[in-house]
Design a protein around this ligand. Structure first.
Ligand code: CA
Ligand code: CA
Ligand code: CA
Length: 249
């Protein structure tokens, strides 16, 4: 009898594992697939990116070749030059879909870490009673990316908000002079998988959204002025060319 229960438990466990794995991006119809690459850090080597929709909730996820989230950015001890590591889903959505001024760049969802500063003043990700000390914990952002030559040839940056201008910004904008929102969606890590469930306001047209998947490093400007937050390294792009071949279904 005991053996029966043990066997049942083992097969249930196996079934659960298979079930969990079946939900991963790399097993989804229409996922953007990317080859494994031993030259890349495994946790940032994308195998697949995918997004799917249930009403106004959209699940963005990525399968990596390692343990997703295993290699967060390392602190440098200052805001100037502070690095960030991010899993990023660039989309075809207009920035106005989440409350930014419209037509201002590529709206991208990011799950990020940057231990040198906290930009989620409404959230206490590590639940220690301080909302200002958890930039080193994985959290999410909406960012608006624009080509920014000052960051390097062909490089992108989070769009700056020039002094004296007052573009539309989401209610959860954390106050930095860039097009960055801290909406508070929790990134969920499960082995090779990173998942973010996103809520959209009613009335946002989600019927023909294109997306891609990227792993990247960003860095705060060494002089902490514009351009403030450059994309400095792209580790992997699911499509290989940022063509946003994924179609939200
Ligand atoms: Ca890859
Ligand atoms: Ca915080
Ligand atoms: Ca905290």
């Amino acid at each position: 009898m005991k053996q029966f229960f043990t066997l049942t438990a083992v097969s249930l466990l196996a079934a659960n594992t298979a079930l969990a794995d079946a939900s991963h991006a790399k097993h989804q119809d229409g996922a953007i697939l990317s080859a494994a690459d031993d030259q890349k850090v495994a946790s940032l080597d994308i195998l697949a990116a995918h997004a799917h929709r249930d009403g106004n909730k959209v699940t963005f996820h990525m399968t990596t070749n390692g343990v997703a989230g295993a290699d967060p950015a390392k602190p440098v001890g200052a805001l100037a030059g502070a690095p960030a590591t991010a899993y990023v889903w660039p989309t075809s959505l207009d920035p106005a879909s989440v409350g930014f001024e419209g037509g201002t760049g590529i709206l991208a969802l990011a799950a990020a870490t940057h231990p040198d500063f906290d930009d989620t003043p409404l959230f206490d990700e590590n639940a220690d009673g301080d909302v200002g000390n958890d930039g080193g914990h994985w959290h999410t952002h909406w960012v608006v990316l624009t080509p920014t030559p000052e960051c390097g040839d062909g490089a992108l940056a989070v769009r700056d908000i020039p002094e004296g201008s007052s573009p539309k910004l989401p209610a959860t904008w954390p106050g930095l002079p860039i097009f960055l929102d801290s909406p508070g969606f929790s990134p969920v890590f499960d082995g090779p998988e990173v998942v973010v469930n996103v809520g959209f306001a009613q009335g946002v047209d989600l019927s023909s959204v294109a997306y891609d998947g990227v792993t990247a490093a960003l860095r705060v400007n060494k002089n902490v002025h514009a351009p403030l937050f450059c994309v400095t390294d792209v580790f992997d792009v699911a499509s290989g060319d940022l063509s946003l071949p994924g179609q939200l279904k």
